[in-house]
Design a binder for this molecule. Sequence first.
Ligand code: HEC
Ligand code: HEC
Length: 202
Amino acid sequence: MMSAMRSAQIAIAGIVAAFPLVPTAVSAASVEENAQTCAGCHGENGVPQAKTTPIIWGQNEGYLYIQLRDFKSGARKSDQMSAVVASLEKADFKALAAHFAGLKWPILGQPSPPKDAAKAALTVIGSVGCTSCHLDQFQGDGTTARLAGQQSEYLFNTMTAFRDGSRANNPGMSDLMKAVQPSDIKPLAEYLASLQVVGGQQ
Ligand code: HEC
Ligand code: HEC
């Protein structure tokens, strides 16, 4: 028994020594080290410093990955984020996406909009059918963003950017936003920001 275990251990040690883990194209920094940089703007506890910076803690993994990839390629433009991703590679993006998707979404407790604004938002949501992709509680899934509880100002800015083409990394979302009246964007942002995901991940 003892000697069988010992020889198994020796065999494993031998395999590890013979085939050391070959690092893939990861930057010198670990995911924890890279995530420290993110905390400078996206928050130590998941609450971003600025209202125009999105929550990334608990966001969907596929969506996070695609955004990092698009900032790197320039398909999505942001001076701040392009500087951040410049030194990072695909393997870093995958690791960062998995890391942040696994953290708990912070509840900001943003207020519900006034009744008429909420009504305007719900009318647009119903006519465009936003929940067919973003799901019934706006939790999203995979490469579709969670919107529920996201920062209101950020949502307003990014929907405006989809609409005017300055965010051009998803032509489908741009086409949908072009069908939305500019005056409905603020009500939509406020409504989505006030939502919480009931059950499942908060
Ligand atoms: C200097 C501040 C700053 C730092 C540091 C920073 N970010 Fe950002 N990040 C932003 C801002 C601002 C935006 C919004 C960009 C826009 O839409 O114009 C953003 C957007 C994002 C988005 C898109 C989220 C969404 O909902 O579409 C992701 C993903 C992201 N950042 C991940 C990261 C990661 C991962 C790191 C660390 C490796 C990081 N950021 C570091 C400021 C920063
Ligand atoms: C056909 C599917 C589909 C429909 C319908 C749809 N979306 Fe999206 N939406 C997406 C996808 C996919 C993304 C991620 C885009 C990307 O990769 O940049 C997205 C991204 C977004 C974002 C960016 C989130 C962030 O963190 O930056 C907002 C805001 C948004 N959608 C709002 C809406 C609203 C409001 C509606 C209804 C008026 C809507 N969407 C309808 C598929 C859809």
